[in-house]
Design a protein around this ligand. Structure first.
Ligand code: SF4
Length: 247
């Protein structure tokens, strides 16, 4: 897993297993599946694999370093899987929660497209939410993305966030009550579907109006040449009072 990452809104990525299956239009050009196939894997559509002991040691190493330096580190969990996937290799989600509990200097960003599964996958002692876990859902379109926002809101969490990426259409009016952070971005890579400026601006405007911090990640495109400026400036806000990446 990656000590550092190109994902601008985190410090590191960690995968508790490798492999996933497609659930909605945001998955159509899944970069993780492409990477899996390019590296000779066959772990999509219900055949994810467990990962090595050395993989599981990484978060503990990051946690020790963060504690020594008196900092916190953001960890995006699941660049190559979905943490709520029913097909998770046996015991691996429990192991993820053990790891999260043992790494209090890390802020874990858990993102899913399987929002109804969140409450079934939380640990018994979740209560009002762990102090080091942010829960997020992807909201790429109206049909699949918008219902996930309410499903996320129904779960207690320190930070609830939306990944509006890849934004595939105008999302219309959004109720951001109980949402603490919104990431917006277009699709990048081969076959990238274009994001109209007014779609992104509509989401960002509603974040401003409803007082929700927003992070505009990228316009996207075939070679990701769109950059991350919107109306000539960067929008990189963070949930309060949570930390931003240390890098
Ligand atoms: S949920 Fe994420 S990792 Fe899984 S297929 Fe969809 S885009 Fe890929």
């Amino acid at each position: 897993m990656a000590d550092s990452t190109e994902i601008a809104w985190t410090d590191s990525t960690f995968n508790p297993w490798w492999g996933c299956s497609k659930v909605s239009p945001g998955c159509a050009n899944c970069y993780a599946e492409t990477l899996d196939r390019r590296t000779g894997g066959n772990h999509w559509e219900d055949s994810p694999k467990a990962l090595s002991e050395s993989n599981w040691k990484k978060p503990h190493t990051w946690n020790r370093k963060a504690e020594k330096e008196g900092t916190r580190r953001l960890v995006f969990c699941g660049s190559m899987c979905d943490w709520t996937d029913k097909s998770a290799p046996e015991g691996q989600r429990d192991r993820l929660w053990d790891t999260i509990r043992a790494t209090p200097a890390l802020d874990w960003q858990l993102l899913t497209k399987r929002a109804p599964r969140i409450k079934h996958c939380l640990p018994a002692d979740w209560g009002t939410g762990y102090r080091n876990v942010w829960l997020g859902v992807t909201a790429e379109d109206r049909k699949h993305g918008i219902p996930r926002i309410q499903q996320l809101r129904d779960v207690p969490a320190l930070v609830r966030f939306l990944s509006v990426e890849p934004l595939l259409e105008d999302l219309g009016d959004l109720d951001l009550t109980g949402i603490h952070w919104v990431i917006v971005g277009g699709e990048s890579g081969p076959g990238a579907r274009p994001m109209k400026p007014e779609w992104a601006e509509g989401v960002l405007r509603q974040c401003r109006e409803q007082g929700v911090p927003a992070f505009f990640k990228q316009w996207g495109g075939m070679r990701d040449k769109g950059g991350c400026l919107i109306r000539g400036r960067e929008i990189k806000e963070w949930p309060h009072p949570a930390p931003k990446p240390t890098a």
